[in-house]
Design a protein around this ligand. Structure first.
Ligand code: ATP
Ligand code: MG
Length: 525
């Protein structure tokens, strides 16, 4: 017999078996039917050029996590329009999992879907059969027996088994995180910190801020997003380099420039929970450590307005006071870290540094520490050193690019929708007006029902501010700066950064430029 004839015969045999299987399903009682189906399926598999894997919903008495993972993975394949899976003629079932805001699509009973992985095409079938009626069971089982059957070519078996299933599990985990709502945790004073209780209270976190809605220069935004992506995918890197899988961000700038909005955008982007640590409610360093131990991985630990914690900003004073003490080194005061702490204070600087940096900070993984401040110049240089806070992000007044994002957010206006002359005028005065994104938002929200009016009013506000600033000598200062007089002191941002420049470590990374300790010129300027 020729090879082609052999394969034709085999194909018809497999087809026949599949046909018999369908007839059996229609004619015979369920018990007999199941036995036949089992037998026929096995025969079909023996003759087929494919190999089959069954992933049942319940494995013995336990729920099979792989089933859930496959289900989620396939649901994502059919939701993404350009996904590799083909869904033509496929009926989709719709579900919404608890805590989710989105509806997910899944395969209906006995439907099929193809997927392509590393160039190999596989076929998934969702198989649902009635379960035999049980007279007695310790654990009630669902009436239906569900499972996925994966059909792959025999020659691709190893490729698929080696990596495809792992890929599905990791994808499903990612989708699960994205679908579920974030949690916002906070601590309160006097909560028991024994080993069993949870010192954090949580609420659902539904902040709408995303990187898309965040008013910020696009390059800066892209750089933060890239950094976050690298961090989240960097498990291998952190392991290889022996570093704890954590990263610190210091957000600084005037009120209303989007520091909290950026944190929310980060959480939404990565799908992380937020721990909003209220430092004034923490009684001492050991309590701080215990709080840290009770945080989960994949989270952002936030301390807002870090400069408002007195004991963190008065180190110099304490050092001075103690140096009068015959200049003796007192290990109790330095907490063993070489840093002087204010005696009797609740949380000390060294306690906080241990929190972000010490051995305890590694008791979890994949965590971001984010500190915010309106006054970077008040922070102790120990907090600004590289390695502590890996990135210092300046959140400044609204610039033209950011202004355009706000127009789009609140008025749905693209650049071309705004009158050219008005737009030009805005571009010319927005920086000099020194207006925060919060103030711009305020004007736009107030007039959101009339976009034209909103734009006009915003321009008026910008112009008024420019006039006011000029009157109060803003221009004089700017001119002085251009002439090189008092260069360092004049610009608020530079003033803030100067503090960080004094940091003993070199190469602290600021956004847009690399800073050298000795104050060499940065690349951006
Ligand atoms: N960069 C921004 N992009 C988009 N919206 C912003 C931005 N900055 C401020 N806003 C708007 O202004 C409001 C206040 O912003 P946000 O709370 O993020 O500022 P902040 O810098 O954290 O202020 P504070 O220092 O007072 O905590 C937000 O609700 C947001 O709508
Ligand atoms: Mg804030």
């Amino acid at each position: 017999m020729k090879m082609s004839d052999y394969w034709t015969t085999m194909a018809s045999l497999v087809g026949m078996l599949a046909f018999c299987q369908t007839i059996l399903q229609l004619v015979f009682p369920p018990e007999l039917r199941l036995a036949f189906i089992h037998l026929l399926t096995r025969m079909r598999h023996v003759f087929s050029s494919h190999t089959y894997f069954d992933i049942t919903e319940i494995d013995g008495v336990n729920t099979n996590e792989l089933y859930n993972a496959v289900s989620l993975y396939l649901s994502s394949s059919v939701t993404v329009p350009n996904a590799v899976s083909t869904t033509s003629n496929t009926r989709l079932s719709l579900t919404r999992v608890p805590n989710s805001t989105s509806v997910t699509f899944g395969l209906s009973n006995n439907d099929r879907i193809t997927d392509v992985f590393n160039g190999v095409t596989v076929l998934w079938e969702h198989v649902v059969v009635q379960r035999q009626v049980q007279s007695f069971s310790w654990r009630p089982m669902p009436e239906e027996k569900r499972g996925f059957t994966l059909q792959i070519n025999k020659r691709d078996k190893s490729l698929v088994l080696d990596s495809y299933l792992d890929y599905i599990v990791s994808k499903a985990e990612e989708i699960r995180r994205r679908n579920e709502e974030r949690l916002l945790y906070t601590n309160s004073r006097g909560v028991s910190l024994d080993s069993r209780s949870h010192p954090w209270d949580s609420v659902r976190f539904k902040h709408p801020s995303t990187f898309e809605t965040l008013a910020m220069e696009p390059e800066k935004k892209e750089r933060i997003m890239e950094d976050l992506r690298e961090f989240a995918n960097g498990q291998g890197f952190y392991q290889k380099t022996g570093r704890a899988w954590k990263r610190g961000y210091l957000l600084y700038g005037p009120p209303g420039t989007g520091k909290s909005s950026l944190i929310a955008a980060m959480a939404n982007y990565l799908g992380y929970d937020i721990y909003d640590l209220e430092l004034t409610e923490v009684q001492n360093n050991s309590e701080l450590r215990k709080l840290l131990m009770k945080t989960n991985s994949k989270s952002i630990i936030v301390i807002e307005d870090i400069d408002c914690s007195v004991s963190l900003t008065k180190r110099e004073k304490v050092v001075k006071k103690k140096s009068n003490n015959n200049g003796c080194y007192d290990p109790d005061l330095t907490n063993g870290s070489g840093l002087m702490d204010e005696p009797g204070s609740s949380v000390t600087l060294s306690g906080l540094l241990n929190f972000t940096d010490g051995l305890w900070s590694c008791c979890g993984s994949e965590r971001l520490f984010v500190f915010t401040t309106n006054h970077i110049e008040k922070l102790d240089s120990a907090l600004l050193r590289s390695g502590r806070m890996d990135m210092h992000i300046h959140m400044g007044f609204c610039r033209f690019q950011a202004l355009k994002i706000l127009l789009k957010n609140y008025l749905r206006m693209e650049e071309e929708d705004v009158d050219g002359v008005v737009l030009k005028e805005m571009e010319e005065c927005v920086e000099e007006a020194e207006i925060t994104p919060a103030d711009v938002s305020e004007v736009l929200i107030r007039n959101r029902s009339d976009a034209e009016k909103a734009v006009r009013e915003l321009l008026c506000v910008l112009k008024e501010r420019v006039v006011r600033r000029r009157k109060s000598g803003g221009v004089k200062r700017k001119k002085k700066k251009e002439e090189g007089e008092g260069e360092e002191e004049e610009e608020a941002e530079e003033e803030q950064e100067k503090r960080a420049l004094d940091s003993p470590n070199r190469n602290i990374e600021f956004f847009g430029f690399q800073v050298e300790k000795d104050g060499d010129e940065d690349a951006d300027k």
